[in-house]
Design a protein. Sequence first.
Length: 314
Amino acid sequence: VSTQSTWEHLKMAEETKVPLQKDPTPIIPPGRKIEFKERPETQDFVYPDPYHSIFDPLSSLPSLGRPSSSVSGAPGLYQMSDFREAPRLDNPMTKPELSQNMIIPSADISGKPMQTQKMEMPKLENIVSTVDLDCKLDLRKIALQAKNAEYNPKRFAAVIMRIRNPKTTALIFGSGKMVCTGAKDEDSSMTAARKYAKTIKKLEFNVKFKGFMIQNIVGSCGVNFAINLEALLGTHGKFCTYDPEIFPGLIYRMEQPKIVLLIFCSGKVVLTGAKKREQLDEAFKKIYPTLKMCEKKIVAPTPRTQLPNHLMVS
């Protein structure tokens, strides 16, 4: 082919060139078909940003799994501008705000948000109540005639009596005072105290049921993550007592409500000192954001590389 004919061909191609438009559409020559291939499923796929698409109302990203309609009108195709990097776990900007009634949703290794869990409220473990029987009692007579009663004045100056339903224990003193422990709720504690008073009344004592009062409620719960007790001691040292050589848990004395919490590094929390059940719930809702800030980050150990066969010890 001569140089002149080549130049003529280039000049003709330049003159017949179609000018570009702002929104170009592909020109399909007659007799030719164009096939659009869908995005292959590969390991290097970048997931959409779940936190911005769910929690950010100003996000302009498309919904999860919806193909972009800006690629030449071809269905099933995706653009890289529709996707962002998966959010990093240590990036606070991608986490939703903490509410006192829920746990922060964490992201798994692929960046997909895990299902939100509800906060576990304290469960009642023990209720201590007192009552006045308003009469002097002969403890030796009660120990000899009543069932499930024991009395050892050299060891403890009260009769210890037990019943099975509800499963409780009573400490009966000669002054007529009685302490009932072991109940799991307020009604069971009242029922047990009345049963003890009725048993003593059958032994010909002028018993009256006066001044029933709940003195202490003990509850326990877990936060489902490990706690860095040293960090908690550093930030709230005014309210904390922690000496792992004497007791493995951190003692946190809350002022309002006046509750004492025993916090362990495993995430278990014991609450005591409440007069009402609502005080336990209020104290736990107050301390939960602080515990979340002191969450211990557990780093998975790196897998050990396998030795070559000639170095393996048989």
